[in-house]
Design a protein around this ligand. Structure first.
Ligand code: SAM
Length: 344
């Protein structure tokens, strides 16, 4: 453990400054580029602590929020973290995701909680909850978290949270009705000492087509090469014949895109945009930002690979914002905030 350094740099020209005296306080763990932060700030929250260890993500976070997140959460002493009302954490999903589990199984390495580097980070969240007892815990992870290890992983998570005196609610939500992307994620909201459980907002509706966020004129550099396109087609045909593995198709722009993932920068196979009389193209980083519902003014990194990775790892902003509105209303009900509730 190391003593937490003062990490707040008030940057006058950051894109999303926050009020020092918000309606409630929150912390942003595994902050990435600040998807939770944008949502919580939009309902009047003030961020009092953030943690993210990836240098590129820290830079993007600083450009947008004027604050460098603290680093490795496992090295931060829980009592050094300021008091807060809401704890937000999109803890790393690779040990629990379907792709992560099958890759680790084939390499004969541990997954889930047994993965020593990333699987135990949930328990770092729990030691902060035990010390600080925020009114609300707000977590996000892959949908496979619910089924991982035949449901045992999820049962351990639920039990650990309930033992600390919180109600436990979760929902698997597909973001496709609020962004043009199929993105199913597990959201967990837990309320301290509450006789009622959190009720998630409704995400029913028509899926949004990919074409709504595409730029009409995209530089040629985004068109994939003949070699890459031929390789995609060859491997797709082989894998379809054997019934498993990599497939790459042009997207149907009348439908939502496939889930954006951190590896998208490698070859774009998850979402290739069809073009007339030429090879398909990759999405631009700005289009990826839109797929996650980020505002146009969000500053994206100069490095394309970093930008793709960061948006692939991020949350679908309109989903977390709608949940944040309900969390704010709960804080009102328990009188942690004294302003008017947000109408959905
Ligand atoms: C799924 S992403 C969360 C993305 C975030 N919710 C957003 O909106 O951008 C998980 C993040 O946890 C970070 N991370 C992983 N291990 C960490 C650790 N020990 N300490 C701090 N951050 C860590 C990763 O770098 C990654 O950015």
């Amino acid at each position: 453990m190391y003593k937490l350094e003062h990490n707040y740099f008030p940057a006058a020209d950051c894109e999303f400054p926050q009020s020092e005296t918000g309606k409630f306080k929150f912390i942003d763990l595994f902050a990435g580029i600040g998807g939770f932060r944008l949502a919580m700030q939009s309902v009047g929250g003030t961020c009092v602590f953030s943690s993210e260890w990836n240098k590129d993500s820290q830079t993007t976070y600083f450009d947008n929020f004027g604050e460098f997140p603290a680093g490795d959460i496992t090295k931060i002493y829980e009592n050094d973290i300021p008091e807060h009302d809401v704890l937000c954490a999109g803890f790393p999903c690779q040990p629990f995701s379907l792709a992560g589990v099958s890759a680790r199984t084939s390499l004969n390495t541990a997954h889930g909680f047994a993965c020593e580097t990333q699987g135990t980070l949930f328990f770092d969240v729990m030691r902060i909850v035990a010390a600080k007892r925020p009114a609300v815990i707000f977590l996000e992870n892959v949908k496979n978290l619910v089924r991982h290890d035949k449901g045992n992983t999820f049962a351990v998570i639920k039990k650990a949270i309930e033992e600390l005196g919180y109600s436990f609610s979760y929902a698997v939500i597909n973001a496709q009705t609020v962004v043009p992307q199929k993105r199913e994620r597990c959201y967990i909201v837990c309320l301290r000492d509450s006789p009622v459980k959190f009720e998630f907002p409704d995400f029913q509706g028509k899926p949004i087509p990919l074409k709504t966020i595409l730029d009409p004129n995209v530089p040629e550099t985004f068109t994939i090469s003949d070699k890459l396109w031929a390789g995609h087609q060859r491997r797709t045909a082989t894998n379809l014949a054997r019934g498993a593995g990599f497939t790459a198709f042009c997207a149907d722009i009348e439908k939502p895109a496939n889930t954006l993932v951190a590896r998208y920068w490698k070859d774009g196979k998850e979402c290739l945009v069809p073009q007339q009389n030429k090879n398909p193209r990759m999405l631009t980083p700005r289009e990826c930002a839109r797929l996650q519902g980020y505002p146009e003014s969000f500053r994206i990194p100069a490095s394309k690979a970093a930008a793709y990775r960061q948006f692939g790892n991020s949350v679908a902003l309109p989903v977390v914002t709608k949940i944040a509105e309900k969390i704010f209303n709960h804080l009102m009900e328990i009188k942690l905030c004294n302003l008017a509730p947000i109408k959905n």
